[in-house]
Design a protein. Structure first.
Lengths: 417, 184
């Protein structure tokens, strides 16, 4: 009865006082002659009144606090994602500035206590459980931290010594949870991780690790990839970009002490991610880290690109942002040491910070991708305000004076504390 | 401070200002989320998601616009997305326990938030159960209109549809609700 449907719409609108006088008139005339519609009108009227008396909903205690805790962690702005970022383009990506600000223990790289004491004891043994950071802000019960069994086979490089403050180990990347406060705090929370921490402590004979990363309390200024990343801390002009991937790839990629190409580094990361429970990445370049949320845009749209990548300031490692397709809103960041090929995972986004109460906070600032990013004209050498931030004893304190506009444009480099 | 002032401050990174916004709107956000998804835990998660999305999206948000409208949109979108994901796992039928004993209630075309089945069904009114049986889109428009008291115009802004769409969707939602109640 299409005719009556028309009247249903009027009946409904009348409940909301949304009828024009003409419509009102027409409806009234129809109701005078239609019992069905009168009945419908009565029913809807009753419903309307009943709905207005739904019991009020009580807001649970602490909701604000919980939300603000998550917001604070968001200030560790995830590396922004570029849409349709052809894999090759990431070679041209400008620097990402990562700054560790945070609690006293922050001298290190946000990674488990590294410092110079690369002890073989802390090398984890085989099959270390690697919690993959897939946890985002306060996802209670929604996204679980997954322990990732490491798989040595996936890593071709001879990953001898982990130097980058992670559980250096023979072959597989593992996050050393042993002494690190942050990851540890987190690990304490999860049974799986505890195993990882325990195993991480297992001594494994290995050559004396040569720390690739100095405890970079300071900045991680990830510069545009240059063809010759060895070299020290010379700021690399972001404008100077490797012409082709091939050019970069020509760097030696042998196992011992030689540099990895970005492609190889990426493959290691992919292998690592594939070792996790996340959906496997079948194609290194197309799928690696593809499902990253452009969280700065406030949307859940999938962005197909490696989240971010680049060289660390000391040119010793590549930094990648990766996410598992299964969980579109979480980032994991990996560092791949160039000389050893070791993959370590950076605890990001609340994983560490949230649970350890401010172990150390990363701040990533998008710097300029030439011609791409709005704002922040400083370019990649964004703020070499290298203040190795070691203090900042108060974990709760805002990471920096520079406000972090939760915007998607490039953020200004922070003023170092 | 007005909402707009708070938003401006929050845009500049002032999380305290944002916190004030959270306090002001958490009731609105949470109650919509709760009525949409039916259980407190998910409602809290979704509320958090909504506010986080707001925080993240502040850069694009025009401070002169209505923050509450935007927040409603973020909240209801989060809820809709959640319910759609849940639907993929939800059984098409659920068991309703009422004074007549257990029986199977079939909702062949309606999506049903499975969590609701776990809530204290006995305590819920027939109305709330019927509401839970609606499709997410119907529940959404009905709640915005009836529970939140929003005008067609505002609902149209929130849902980003035409007012005429709001009007017709509301009519269908009400009829659907009536049908649910009648079928007990």
């Amino acid at each position: 009865m299409a005719q009556h449907e028309e009247y249903f719409a009027l009946i409904s609108a009348r409940l909301d006082g949304a009828l024009t006088p003409q419509e009102e008139q027409r409806l009234r005339e129809h109701l005078a002659e239609c019992a069905d519609c009168r009945r419908t009108a009565a029913q809807l009227e009753k419903l309307h009144r009943a709905l207005m008396t739904l019991p009020p909903v009580e807001v649970p205690e602490g909701l604000t606090d919980r939300i603000m805790a998550a917001v604070e962690q968001e200030k560790i702005v995830p590396l922004p994602v570029k849409k349709t970022h052809p894999w090759r383009k990431w070679l041209a990506t400008a620097a990402v500035l990562a700054v560790i600000v945070g609690a006293g223990a922050s001298v290190r790289l946000f990674l488990p206590d590294r410092s110079a004491e690369a002890k073989p004891e802390s090398l984890s043994a085989q099959n270390t459980e690697i919690p993959v950071s897939e946890q985002g802000p306060g996802p209670d019960g929604r996204s679980a931290e997954k322990a990732v069994p490491a798989q040595a086979e996936d890593l071709e490089e001879d990953m001898t010594v982990g130097t980058a403050g992670i559980a250096p180990q023979d072959e597989e990347p593992a996050v050393n949870g042993s002494e690190a406060a942050a990851p540890q705090g987190r690990k304490a929370d999860t049974g799986d991780a505890a195993a990882g921490a325990a195993q991480a402590a297992a001594p494994t004979p290995a050559p004396e690790p040569e720390p690739t990363f100095q405890p970079m309390a300071a900045l991680f200024s990830v510069n545009a990839l240059s063809p010759a990343p060895e070299g020290g801390t010379d700021a690399v002009d972001a404008e100077v970009l490797p012409e082709t991937a091939a050019e970069v790839t020509t760097r030696a990629s042998t196992a011992d002490g030689a540099n990895l190409s970005p492609a190889q580094a990426l493959e290691l990361v992919v292998a690592r991610v594939n070792a996790s429970n996340a959906a496997p990445l079948s194609n290194v370049y197309d799928q690696a880290a593809l499902m990253c949320t452009n969280s700065l845009a406030g949307s859940d749209e999938l962005v197909s690109t490696v989240a971010y990548e680049g060289l660390t300031e000391d040119q010793s490692a590549y930094l990648f942002g990766v996410d598992a397709p299964a969980d579109q809103q979480r980032y994991s960041h990996f560092l791949v040491a160039l000389d050893t090929g070791e993959v370590s995972q950076i605890q990001t986004l609340g994983d560490t910070v949230k649970n350890s109460g401010g172990e150390g906070q990363w701040e990533f600032f998008e710097s300029q991708v030439p011609g791409e990013t709005p704002a922040s004209p400083e370019g990649p050498q964004a703020a070499p305000s290298e203040t190795p931030t070691e203090e900042t004893p108060d974990p709760e304190s805002e990471p920096s004076e520079t406000p972090l506009p939760p915007a998607e444009e490039a953020l200004d480099p922070p003023v170092q504390e | 401070m007005s909402d707009n002032q708070l938003v401006e401050a929050a845009k500049a990174g002032d999380s305290k200002a944002f916190e004030e916004l959270v306090r002001r709107y958490q009731g609105m956000v949470y109650s919509l989320a709760y009525r949409m998804v039916g259980d407190p835990d998910n409602a809290a998660d979704l509320s958090q998601d909504a506010f986080l999305n707001a925080w993240r999206g502040l850069g694009k948000f025009d401070a002169r616009s209505s923050f509450s409208t935007w927040l409603y949109r973020l909240t209801s979108n989060a809820c809709i997305d959640f319910l759609r994901r849940e639907k993929r796992h939800a059984a098409l039928s659920m068991t309703v326990e009422d004074e007549e004993g257990e029986r199977q209630a079939e909702f062949p075309d309606e999506r049903y938030a499975p969590h609701r089945a776990l809530e204290k069904e006995e305590a819920r009114s027939a109305l709330e159960r019927a509401l839970a049986a609606l499709s997410p889109e119907h529940r959404q428009v009905l709640l915005l209109r009836e529970a939140e008291g929003l005008s067609y115009a505002r609902i149209a802004q929130i849902l980003e549809v035409e007012e005429g769409t709001v009007k017709s969707r509301l009519a269908r939602a009400r009829l659907s609700l009536r049908d649910r109640l009648r079928d007990r």
